[in-house]
Design a protein around this ligand. Sequence first.
Ligand code: ATP
Ligand code: MG
Length: 648
Amino acid sequence: MDLSKLNAAQREAVETLQGPVLVLAGAGTGKTRVITYRMARLLRAGVQADRILSVTFTNKAAKEMLERTKALIGASLKKRPWISTFHSLCVQVLREDISRLGYPPLFAILDRGDQESMARKVLRDIRVTEKSLKPGDLLSLIGKWKSAGLNPERAATIAEDDKESLGAMAYRRYQLALKASGSVDFDDLLLLTEQLFDTCPDVLKKNQQRFSHVQIDEYQDTNGLQFRIIESLVREHHNLCVVGDDDQSIYGWRGAEVKHILGFARTFPGAKVVRLEENYRCTDRIIDHANRLVSHNRDRHKKVLRAHKPAKEEVRFIEYPDEQLEAEKVVGEIRFLHQKKGLPLVQFAILFRTNEQPRLFESELRRQQLPYVLMGSQSFYDRKEIKDLLSYLKVIGRPDDEQSLLRIINTPARGISDAACEKLLARAVKVGVPIWNVVEPALVEKEITQKAADALRKLHGQFRRWREQFQQHPEKMDQLLRTLIEEIDYDREIERQYKDEQQQAQRKVVLQDYVNSLAEYVEKASPPTLHDYLSSIALERRDEEPDKEAMAQSDAVKLMTLHSAKGLEFPRVYMVGMEEGLLPHKRTIEGTEAEIAEERRLCYVGVTRAQESLTLTRAASRRKWGKPRPSQPSRFIMEMRGETKPNG
Ligand code: ATP
Ligand code: MG
């Protein structure tokens, strides 16, 4: 392993293998490099791979780190190091011991869509109308409370208005409903892990002994709950190395608290604090802009960030008359640089603040025939066909999953009417069992039509068979799914839904893609199981992450939000829509200074992704609700240019 690829400060962090280490440093200073080298160093020092835990912020970052570590030690690993996100770590911990908390070991993980239907159901049960509390708002409240570690009872006592009181009540029902159906949401993964550690000392001990060394990347976005989980894991040995940058904390809404960075030395007395000041990523011009921008934030750790690379290009600010031209010209320039100057498309990234922004850029890229990938777009899993098939898999995996069962019970149409479903539901509620248990038609036959009863009987039998097959041959999951699609004649459903033949053909390709993605999973997993697959899907969908398809297609322009660009780097970056109301986001403009400060950090993250060239663009006029409206340039532009002075 070649430590000469590190500077003195980096080497110090990499070589300090025992005790607490905090690396606090600006963007592009090699923090992630430190974590990766340090892992290789630990392996070299003879630490068993599976006793090292490295926590990253996304699953993609985890995969990348594993690859780099392997390359560094230049040997194959007998055991796998634990490189995972907080959430997948918790899934592993919970799968072993969640039964101690009264949940089934094969608990399901709700994704955002599942959560919403659950919230809707709960609000309906307690007769709260959308006017008093929307399902989405309920979920935000629950998320906020959960991140703060508050249970429903505590939430009720601190509720500040009627909405919050209602919310706290619904929160209680929501938790009960989740538990009754043997499922958990993302926040529960963390909460239940903490609870498990708090209430079962033997489980905590087992997990403490599992890891001799723990490291965390992107530490600034760790929230209190995550911090407590890690703290309890390393309590005995304090072998914890964290790296982060307070200027890049961008997940305030998920309860990340910069104070943990600052409190680290207090929690872990004697911690070695390492500062990295050399930025290896960006040119000096880009760093000048980044430094000027972030100097407008108060309450930050004073840090030095020096550029290593002289600039060949100036940072550009370009204003276009409207958003159409903005997209056309930016894409036009990329095309020119690619076709006339021979720059590969992988070098280009277009970054934006909101999910509505990429649409115009996508259609321009298609029009000008440049391949592109929209990272973090979850459209693949949001397609109806995929959702349907996924629901089949979920019901195979867990018959108790009522929402999925109701989704597909009559898809494709098989003569089970809504009325029949109502009967099933009523029956299930009355007997107090999951719907699946009353699907066995004998239990309901008298109340529904003969046709529906026959269909139910058939479906019941099919699921029983599928369940057996998936259990016995998880390695053939993709083939099994293909047969299932034929068996239920899903093609017919598509033909029923879409009259246009071309559309039908497209939809059938989606099915094929899905089977392919399952085949990919089977190939990589060791060993593949349906439950493991379903949790991996749920986890992957949580983060705004590039999907596999997207990463595979490397010679393409990358489009992504500023949030999902965290930790990444690109030679040429376009930050588009640099306007008040977009960045800073309109939600924050009327808000507090703290909210603006977070938008500023987000801008800082964007700027510091650029290695060689940075272009900031805006449209002087942009359509809102169909009407062109004049826009104001983002205040951050003036700040970067040094046209406004930081106050205080
Ligand atoms: P961010 O704050 O954006 O997460 P980071 O601090 O994690 O950034 P890295 O991504 O680890 O920074 O490194 C930024 C770039 O600098 C990478 O291309 C990395 O390979 C390079 N780099 C890091 N350290 C060195 C070094 N000592 N010498 C040369 N290049 C380096
Ligand atoms: Mg990093």
